[in-house]
Design a protein around this ligand. Structure first.
Ligand code: MN
Length: 306
């Protein structure tokens, strides 16, 4: 089991645990109650061919044992009895009930702990697994700049020569289709920076991840603490929100701004809303052009101030 929106550290740790236990993907599925949303994380599972199953809470009963990596039972809304194994590096909020537990809050990444286990058990670390674990450590420690310990550096140094660096590059810098640059050009031309928020409506986009990708990009604009990028695809309006991290939680603001017209939510620094265009039409107004742009700006700024 991983958290609801699994990150690379969780995904790599799950793959490592399965390898350590010598299980197949049928015998030990890697599961989440949520969905992987971040484009880089989706790219990781696709490029490294890691199967992540999205399961419902009651499906847990079908398994003989539950192991958690990079998370703890108390982090879930769903109630777990005693789980079998917890390996994590987050501080405990409440004491963890597990048959076996290895929680090391000082460690920068669960991937580091898993690398130590694999090495101690003399299990072969394939290039694919090394790539996943290296990426897990990189992302959780911001390229070893945040919270990395000697253990993280040692695991990093061990994994680095064993990893596939061209695969890593493709994961970290998702390829942009040529046509996406025309969409980006339009988005740049139409951007609007107001009260520390940069807004851009891209219009129709080929796939939803582009909206998230450009939201990351627009956050780099000088003076922007927030970026709010929107686009339409498959009869839906997708709005991706990013912030610099020390401001209000993005998920709260997005829920407040768009929660009543569609699905909306997220985390501290990233959030998104997905709204059917006909719901927007029925409850807000014209789902295109200036009317749409102005409504997004007005709703977001109001939610931010309230
Ligand atoms: Mn982690």
């Amino acid at each position: 089991m991983m958290q609801d929106d699994p990150d690379p550290d969780a995904i790599a740790s799950a793959l490592a645990l399965r390898t350590l236990l010598g299980r197949t993907k049928a015998a030990a599925p890697i599961a989440t109650f949520g969905t992987i949303t971040r484009p880089e994380n989706r790219a990781m599972t696709r490029i490294l061919d890691i199967d992540v199953e999205e399961i419902k809470a009651h499906a847990i009963d079908e398994y003989d044992m539950v192991a958690m990596v990079d998370t703890q039972p108390s982090f879930f809304e769903e109630a777990f009895g005693e789980v079998d194994l917890v390996i994590d590096h987050h501080p405990e909020e409440t004491p963890t009930r597990a048959h076996l537990r290895d929680i090391r809050p000082a460690w920068g990444a669960t991937s580091t702990i898993m690398t130590e286990y694999l090495r101690a058990a003399d299990v072969k670390i394939t290039q694919r697994l090394a790539t996943a674990l290296l990426y897990g450590i990189k992302t959780d420690t911001l390229h070893l700049e945040r919270g990395a310990t000697r253990a993280d550096l040692e695991a990093f140094a061990y994994l680095h020569p064993r990893a596939n660096h061209s695969a890593l590059r493709r994961i970290e810098r998702p390829e942009l289709p040529n046509e996406a640059l025309d969409v980006l050009a339009l988005g740049i031309a139409r951007r609007q920076l107001t009260h520390g928020v940069v807004f851009s409506h891209l219009g129709p986009v080929a796939y939803p991840e582009l909206v998230a990708q450009f939201a990351e990009f627009f956050l780099q604009i000088e003076g922007a603490e927030w970026s709010v990028v929107s686009g339409t695809v498959n009869g839906e309006l997708h709005i991706s929100v990013r912030n610099v991290g020390y401001v209000r939680a993005a998920g709260d603001v997005v829920r407040r701004a768009f929660g009543e017209v569609g699905r909306a939510g997220g985390h501290r620094a990233m959030a998104k809303a997905v709204i059917r265009l006909r719901d927007w039409q029925a409850r807000v107004g014209e789902p295109a052009g200036d009317a749409l742009r102005q409504a997004i700006v007005a709703r977001f700024l109001q939610a931010l101030r309230s």
